[in-house]
Design a protein around this ligand. Structure first.
Ligand SMILES: C[S@@+](CC[C@H](N)C(=O)[O-])C[C@H]1O[C@@H](n2cnc3c(N)ncnc32)[C@H](O)[C@@H]1O
Length: 317
C-alpha cells in the first residue's frame, strides 16, 4: 500500500512514530471511547479548567453578550465537544431573544450527534446547524458561502494544544477565514501553582492515564497494532518557565510493536517516550501579544475568581 492510500490516522501514526522523539497528534484521542473518557475528565474535581470556564460563563454571561455587541450572528464553535459549558451561553442568549444560530464544528461525528440530540431536548427552540469536519475545512467552506457576522468560540483552552509559534499561525489562519467585525471568544489556561496544573493532568483515579493510553488501544482497534498497553505508562510534566504542560506515554521496557495497517514494526527503547499532548499555559501579556501577532484586537478578558482561566474576546479588524 502506498502512503497516499493510507487513512489520515495511519499516515499520521507512521509519520509520528518514525520521528525522534516519537510523537502522536492529540486529536486522535477522541474516538468513541476517548470521547467518553474526556467527558469523565471534564467532571473530575482536579480538572479545574472545566469549572473555571463554566464559572466565567455563569457569572459573566451578560457582560459577554454585551461585549459581543452584534444584533444578529452565527455562533460557530470550533471543537464543540459535548457543549456542556456553551449551553450556559446558549440558554442565556435565547432568554435574551438574541437573533443567532448555533453552528457546532467537530471532527468527531459521534460527539455532534449526541450534542444535537441533547440540544433538541434541552433547548428545542434553538436554531442549530452542525458542521462536521476539520476546523479549517469547515471555516473555509463557511467563508465561501455565508457572509453572516460570526462569533467564533474556541473554548476549553484547546489553543494550548499548539506550541506557541504554531498557535500564532493557527490564529492567523483563523483570522484569514473571518470578515472584519467578526469576533473570537477564546479560552486560555493561565500560568499558576504547578501542583494545581500537574494534578489536573495526572489525577489519582487514573482517568487521564486511561484517556491517554486509549490512543494505543485505538491503534490496536483501528490499525491492527499489537501494543501491550500495560507496558506503557502515562507521565506528565509542567515547565513553569515556558508554561508547557506535556503528556507522554513511556515504554517501560525495550519492545517492538507491529502495526498491520502500515505493515511495519516500530522499536521502543526502555523508557522511550511518545509525546502525545501539549497543554500550553499562558500569562495575560503573552495572550495579548499572541492576539496582536495573529492580527486581532483584544476587546475584553473574562477571568474566573481564582484567576486560573481566561476567556478573551477578540475582534478581527
Ligand atoms: C478537548 S475537547 C473540548 C470540547 C469543548 N470545546 C470544551 O471546551 O469542553 C476538543 C474537541 O475538539 C474536537 N477536535 C479536535 N481537533 C479537531 C479538529 N482539527 N477539527 C475539528 N474538531 C476537532 C474533538 O473531537 C473534541 O470534541
Amino acid at each position: 500500500m502506498t502512503t497516499a492510500e493510507l487513512s489520515a490516522f495511519a499516515r499520521d501514526v507512521l509519520h509520528g512514530l518514525s520521528k525522534t522523539p516519537k510523537q502522536l497528534p492529540s486529536m486522535y484521542f477522541y474516538d468513541e471511547q476517548g470521547d467518553q473518557l474526556f467527558q469523565r475528565i471534564m467532571h473530575m474535581p482536579e480538572y479545574y479548567l472545566m469549572n473555571c470556564e463554566l464559572d466565567i460563563f455563569e457569572q459573566q454571561k451578560a457582560q459577554i453578550l454585551n461585549a459581543i455587541g452584534l444584533e444578529h450572528f452565527h455562533l460557530l464553535e470550533l471543537g464543540a465537544g459535548d457543549g456542556y459549558k456553551t449551553r450556559v451561553l446558549l440558554r442565556y442568549f435565547m432568554e435574551q431573544s438574541v437573533d443567532f444560530e448555533y453552528q457546532p464544528v467537530d471532527i468527531s461525528p459521534n460527539v455532534l450527534l449526541e450534542l444535537e440530540q441533547r440540544l433538541r431536548e434541552e433547548l428545542p427552540e434553538l436554531k442549530v446547524h452542525s458542521l462536521p469536519g476539520d476546523y479549517f475545512k469547515v471555516l473555509h467552506e463557511v467563508k465561501e458561502t455565508d457572509a453572516t457576522p460570526k462569533v467564533v468560540l474556541f473554548l476549553g483552552a484547546n489553543i494550548g494544544n499548539y506550541p506557541q509559534k504554531r498557535a500564532a499561525a493557527f490564529l492567523r489562519h483563523l483570522q484569514d477565514e473571518l470578515n472584519p467585525g467578526d469576533k473570537l471568544l477564546i479560552g486560555f489556561d493561565l500560568k499558576k501553582d504547578p501542583d494545581v496544573i500537574l494534578c489536573a493532568y495526572n489525577d489519582p483515579a487514573g482517568i487521564t492515564a486511561a484517556f491517554n493510553l486509549n490512543l494505543l488501544e485505538r491503534m490496536n482497534r483501528e490499525l491492527g497494532a499489537n501494543f501491550n498497553v500495560q507496558d506503557f505508562r502515562h507521565w506528565e510534566s509542567y515547565d513553569p518557565v515556558t508554561g508547557a504542560t506535556r503528556s507522554f506515554l513511556v515504554s517501560e521496557k525495550a519492545q517492538h510493536v507491529f502495526i498491520k495497517a502500515l505493515n511495519r514494526s516500530f522499536h521502543f527503547d526502555a523508557w522511550e517516550a511518545i509525546n502525545v499532548e501539549l497543554s500550553q499555559k499562558y500569562s495575560l501579556p503573552e495572550i495579548e501579544s499572541l492576539a496582536r501577532e495573529a492580527g486581532f484586537q483584544v476587546e475584553q478578558h473574562f477571568t474566573d475568581d481564582q484567576g486560573y482561566f481566561v476567556d478573551s474576546l477578540w475582534c478581527k479588524v
